[in-house]
Design a protein around this ligand. Sequence first.
Ligand code: PLP
Length: 431
Amino acid sequence: NTPLEKEDQEVFNIIENEKLREWSGLELIASENLTSQAVIEANGSPLTNKYSEGLPGARYYGGNEFIDELELLCRKRALAAFNLNPEQWGVNVQPYSGSTANFAALTALIQPQDRLMGLDLPSGGHLTHGYQTNKKKISSSSIYFQSMPYQVDQTTGLIDYQRLEENAALFRPKLLICGASAYPAEWDYARMRKIADQHGAYLMCDMAHISGLIAGEQALSPFDFCDVVTTTTHKTLRGPRAGLIFFRRDKNDDLENRVNMAVFPSCQGGPHNNTIAAIAVALKQAASPEFKAYAKQVRANAKKLGEVLVGHGYKLATGGTVNHLVLWDLKPQKLTGSKVERICDMVHITINKNSIAGDKSAVTPGGVRLGSSALTSRSFKEEDMVKVGDLLHRAVQIALKVQEQCGSKMMKDFVAALDGNQEIAQLKKEV
Ligand code: PLP
């Protein structure tokens, strides 16, 4: 019996159930991964006990000699994992998450009410890149800054750089953000840099989704072109839930001090040292040859999954993928992403509904997002992804049948009609 099992059976059971769910179902959420036992051990360590506001060598609390050592080690590994020269780049490893890393980066780079441009959420961007709707400013990045999002081309699904350049000429942003949560194509960082330079703007990349692929040399590196690069550490990078902010060292621009001050004291309090230890472990792994092989397999698996779906006659945004994620357009089937997500949930295939270029509403998106990172961590190869693609096809066939039988497009009628469906029970067994 572990101490937790003895002390708190309820929480222990919940954790055991979640472990089973993660390892026995098919986890296809593109923003998730399955970390190593070593990362989990560091994350669950007594380092959670320690307060260490400040930076190594300059803390507001005593007793930080080991925490200083840890934070310096984590920084060193972060730079090494992305092949960065410590004379040209620095990094802050304290952000609690990707969202706080992004808000701290904005706080460091621009002033309140300054103008920024990021990829629109319905185009695959993240909330924290300035998301707002026609009616409402949603994210603090659009509440405290003026945002004019740019979009993907509605037919190709690719970023419309020409239109971005034209709109930037009107809006004159102080900050341009590249990076996305649901974009299966490569970025043209050089073009983004050129547009930023036309307005003397900073260029920031939020590489959260693809940072593992960049560390594994399976995606272009944004570091050659950007001033600041943020990332989460728990997606393709396969670490604990947290964020990092990399900043370019520049004699004429004290980004280091501004980023560090923005993280603490502007946006956060004491660092989560257990998390920083777990990030350090993940970054050591990410610099290994095994991780390069992993990143390569992640891409190969996503590509294969896309091909299988296309083989079944489906449409993918941008026609395929060059990274870990597939954006599956279900509009030609006249299905919403929510319905397919619902059936998949019932059979232990975990996916998420996602908007696709051309969707009328972000609330009822016309597609789903699939990612290969977690299954690749479970050693899935291309031949396994063929089976996964076939199972997904079956789920869609069931959804189509149920939709037709229930004679209504409403979600509540659809859900009611799923009750006792034998095909779903059969599919669940096969998964
Ligand atoms: N940036 C991108 C591109 C993301 O996709 C996400 C989350 O999915 C975040 C930032 C936010 O990260 P977190 O959930 O850790 O705040």
